[in-house]
Design a protein around this ligand. Structure first.
Ligand code: FBP
Length: 699
């Protein structure tokens, strides 16, 4: 062993004992690299074929029919295993192929296994087959930046999270020129097929590229990726074809592990409310899954808020013979009240701590915010179009942007015409905090999506909650409940009679309530003094007995918060068994689609919600899943995203258990410990709990 002082530090690092401790090759890593996910039975034989399943039908949008004529008629295709392929099939299956693969959008655990599954399947069919990875996402297609993916590289990434093997990016191939360039590059690279692993926007891109490359005989296939879990496919009859995108389970489990640790922390030092924002910009699937995994005290689900109807407002408007449009959907103010009520209820039973889960995209479901987002999207898009420039480069600072909006409001006032931004909008917008204004004016991503991860959603909600809690506190409606035993013991220790002071301090002293509630009027030392004097417990000029002050202070809540954002950590986490296996089989499915000449299809596994033995690899046509959506102020054909169904069993369970999880009653909290991510093993929670619940009662 080299000497600690002096000697060559590098020599010290060569010491085998030191190397043993500092090695990057941990047991977990080695276990992951060596793990072989099971494959569906259809992949066991020498070849596969595709069987059309015409019973699955979709509502086809006329715009999709017009834009994607070559692939709009694609059916759902089932992969079948072929034990003894005839000569034609065998020759075709074995044909030497060059396949390009690209990751697109945010990382999601399992991506490397898509590559591994595809690689293993194509090498099994023909060892001469070659796989190429486009570097840094679709930008790699446009730049022809490609690397051949060989055995060693793939083996070094098996069952590991992230997209680090070939990186990813959000470039969109969205113009005629870019399409033509992509086409030219794929032809130059002599590719037979391109596989796009991405979310809704990237699969949309896959469909358009499939259309573009159709006549060149280059196939384009999609793979449903996104931790947000919002790529779900059903046919017209509600038959589930793709229950969830890959990466969702792992990310949710990573968030859940961390949030469950916070549950255990906060119920130990009982002083913090942990506000946990979890990713998911459009849908609240991740928040819902995390809630089922952890049983937090509160979990907000955006889709439920959008569905909210304020009956009081409706009644008032009806009585006045008018319509109150603000009665539909929840307002920010109402949301803050709901949260505050829950916090105050827990405080009453002495629990001045807890965990709240908030979906990243919650604000999109809030009435007034949604209006701002749509209006600002349109204003920015119109500006860019009219001036052929970029709004954000022309107006760099917040003040410059606000000034532009003010000018729009002035135009609308002076012209007295209908304009998208009027004085009322401007006034309302100026009422919100600057950081949030900045967030709402942030640059849209390349697909025209509002970038929720850049907005401090939790800060907005928290700001309102803090303000309202302060009001409640001043009204005497937010206090900490006191255990009668503690009160008795504390006063007796100081020689005071608890039965004398009890009715002076508490409104429920003579009841059998498990917690004593301070009178509403006791909101400060001054009001405590007044109350004691009024009840003749002390004289006008007497000091408050210190122990009474102590008891009073114990009833005063301090709302202390810790704010957390769970997103990027979950995108980079190592995959669960579910995602390892799902993605490896997706890779195998993609090869079957390529080898059987499919294009414009998305690889999927049907029956994911069931046992592994029921999993069925399929190809889903992308074009029929498209609809028109507003993007950058214009309508665009995109793959429809699926939001949380508030009629689903998973949501019903959360709704039914919410009261229990809030635990606004004496006793323990109901927190659940999901434990760390596993990639082996069995049990009920090896798949997403939302999937398991939604499958109950289905055949
Ligand atoms: P994808 O839809 O590309 O999978 O990404 C989704 C997501 O993880 C969202 O939850 C989040 O809002 C967004 O990525 C953040 O993106 P960025 O990488 O641009 O910060």
């Amino acid at each position: 062993m080299p000497k600690k002082n002096g000697g060559d530090p590098c020599a010290f690092l060569k010491d085998p004992e030191v190397q043993k401790v500092t090695t990057s090759f941990t047991n977990d890593l080695m276990g992951r690299l060596n793990f072989k996910p099971p494959v569906c039975d259809v992949f066991a034989g020498p070849a596969t074929a595709l069987k059309n399943d015409p019973q699955y039908e979709f509502h086809i949008h006329p715009a999709a029919k017009e834009a994607l004529p070559h692939i709009i008629g694609n059916p759902v295709q089932r992969v079948t295993g072929i034990e003894t392929p005839d000569r034609d099939l065998a020759n075709n299956y074995k044909k030497q192929r060059n396949i390009g693969i690209v990751f697109s959008g945010g990382p999601a655990p399992g991506g490397h296994n898509v590559i591994a599954g595809l690689f293993d399947a194509m090498k099994k069919a023909n060892p001469e087959n070659r796989l190429f990875g486009f570097i840094l996402g679709p930008e790699g297609i446009l730049e022809s930046d490609i690397v051949e993916l060989k055995q060693d590289l793939i083996d070094a990434h098996r069952n590991l999270g992230g997209f680090s093997m070939i990186k990813t990016g959000r470039t969109k191939i969205d113009s005629k020129a870019k399409m033509a360039l992509a086409r030219e590059n794929c032809k130059q690279l002599n590719l037979d097929a391109v596989v796009i692993v991405g979310g809704d926007d990237s699969n949309t891109n896959a469909a358009f590229l499939a259309q573009e490359l159709f006549n060149d005989g280059i196939q384009v296939l999609g793979v449903p990726k996104t931790i947000d879990g919002d790529i779900q496919v059903k046919d017209n009859n509600g038959e589930i074809l793709c229950a969830v995108s890959f990466g969702f389970h792992s990310a949710a489990r990573a968030f859940a592990t961390n949030i469950s640790n916070l549950c255990s922390d906060c119920s130990s030092d009982v002083k913090y409310w942990h506000i946990c924002k979890v990713m998911g910009r459009v849908a609240s699937h991740l928040a819902l899954e995390v809630a089922l995994q952890v049983h937090p005290n509160m979990c907000l689900i955006g889709e439920e808020m959008a569905d909210y109807i304020d009956m009081e407002r409706i009644k008032k408007a009806n009585a006045a013979g008018t319509t109150d449009y603000t009665a539909f959907g929840m307002t920010l103010r109402h949301l803050s009240r709901v949260i505050c009520n829950a916090i105050a209820r827990r405080a009453e039973v002495g629990k001045n701590y807890g965990v709240i889960v908030i979906p990243e995209g919650i604000l999109e479901f809030i009435n007034e915010i949604q209006v701002f987002i749509i209006k600002l999207n349109t204003i920015i898009a119109e500006y860019n179009q009219t001036h052929d420039t970029n709004f954000h480069s022309d107006f760099v600072t917040l003040d410059e942007k606000l000034d532009y909006l003010r000018r729009l409001a002035r135009f609308s006032r002076e012209d007295k015409k209908f304009f998208i931004w009027n004085t009322r909008d401007d006034d309302l917008f100026n009422d919100i905090p600057a950081f949030f204004q900045e967030g709402l004016l942030t640059e849209r991503d390349s697909h025209g999506n509002f970038q929720f991860s850049q907005v401090e959603t939790e800060k907005v909600v928290l700001g309102m909650v803090k303000d309202y809690l302060k009001i409640r506190q001043e009204q005497g409606r937010y206090k900490i409940g006191i255990q009668p035993e503690w009160f008795q013991k504390t006063l007796k220790k100081e020689g005071l009679d608890p039965d004398y002071y009890g009715p002076v301090l508490f409104k429920n002293y003579r009841t059998k309530d498990p917690f004593l509630q301070a009178k509403d009027s006791l909101i400060s030392i001054k009001t405590l003094n007044q109350e004691l004097v009024k009840e003749a417990a002390i004289g006008k000029n007497d000091d408050i007995p210190p122990v009474i002050q102590r008891v009073f202070l114990a009833t005063v809540p301090k709302f202390k918060t810790q704010v957390h954002f769970y997103g990027y950590d979950g995108r980079g986490t190592d995959p669960t068994w579910f995602d390892c296996t799902y993605t490896y089989n997706l890779g195998q499915t993609v090869f079957s689609l390529v080898a059987n000449h499919a294009t414009g299809q998305m690889a999927a596994i049907k029956n994911l919600e069931k046992e592994f033995s029921d999993w069925e690899p399929i190809g889903i046509p992308i074009a029929p899943l498209m609809h028109l959506e507003e993007r950058t102020g214009k309508l665009a054909l995109v793959l429809e995203r699926t939001v949380v169904d508030i009629d689903s069993p998973a949501f019903h369970v959360v709704r039914a258990m919410r009261g229990k999880w809030l635990a606004a009653e004496p006793g323990h909290d109901e927190y659940r410990r999901p434990g760390p991510i596993r990639f082996t093993g069995s049990g009920t929670d090896i798949k997403p709990l939302t999937l398991a619940l939604n499958n109950l009662g289905r055949k």
